[in-house]
Design a protein. Structure first.
Lengths: 124, 124
DNA sequence: CTTGACCTTGACGCTGGGGTGAAGGTTTAC
DNA sequence: GTAAACCTTCACCCCAGCGTCAAGGTCAAG
């Protein structure tokens, strides 16, 4: 299978596939004419990478999932390293939520403070 | 007062002051030699802008606060437009928190699903 | 034999906001 | 007289995941 077929089957662009390759996530063979050649298993890999990227993982962080698939598992996320990657991502999301919650608290404090500022002290 | 004095008093760099000017937040006069000249009130403006930027507002969104100060108010946030800008920012933070919370839920679903995947079905 | 649908590598663009850096020149301060 | 502070304009940075040419090679169909 050539890159265009793979891209179509996996639901990504040709450009994205080449990008994934540059990140070490797919390793196609080469035909005599230089064309990249892929197997059916690469479709699952590319689909998995796409799904994980949409969950906010970086390309690098999808690596354990790809390895898990290559090891012959039906699912990319049943390997310990994949579970760990999930937990890392969840922790990062939690951190970000905590930051935003803290920021929100500062903003509401400022707002209520400004709202209750004595009218008479205002200019005009 | 020249730009260097203002920057030092407000706790920002000279470059940042010129950047704020490019965003229309400060409008210095000019001395005969071309140097920018500032008044004491500009110190408060720059400090306010700096504080608001650290709260995640964009330069443009600090505009009402700057106007509020220029109108002669002691505080930049007692004007209706400032309160409104606070509320807008809070709403944006809330939206982001909601997105992340939703994302977190998807991740934990995937994690628990993968964790409970039957051992016997795993490769190796 | 030619069209057009593939493929190749390489390189730059974009998004986005708040800046920073460099270059090249004038003015002020000590 | 020279260092420090000022001026302007232009460009670049971060961050990742691509998009979009450019300039060409390959291949099956009609």
């Amino acid at each position: 299978m050539h890159i265009g077929d793979l891209a179509e089957r996996a639901g990504v662009t040709v450009r994205a596939v080449r990008y994934y390759e540059s990140r070490g996530l797919v390793q196609p063979g080469r035909a005599a004419n230089g064309y990249r050649t892929y197997g059916d298993e690469d479709v699952a890999v590319v689909r998995e990478v796409k799904a994980l990227l949409s969950l906010g993982l970086t390309a690098e962080q999808t690596y354990p999932f790809v390895e898990c698939l290559r090891a012959g598992n039906d699912r990319a996320d049943v390997c310990p390293a994949s579970l760990s990657a999930y937990r890392t991502r969840i922790a990062a999301v939690d951190d970000r939520i905590a930051e935003l919650t803290e920021l929100r608290a500062r903003l509401t404090d400022l707002l209520s403070d400004a709202e209750t500022y004595p009218e008479k002290a205002r200019a005009r």
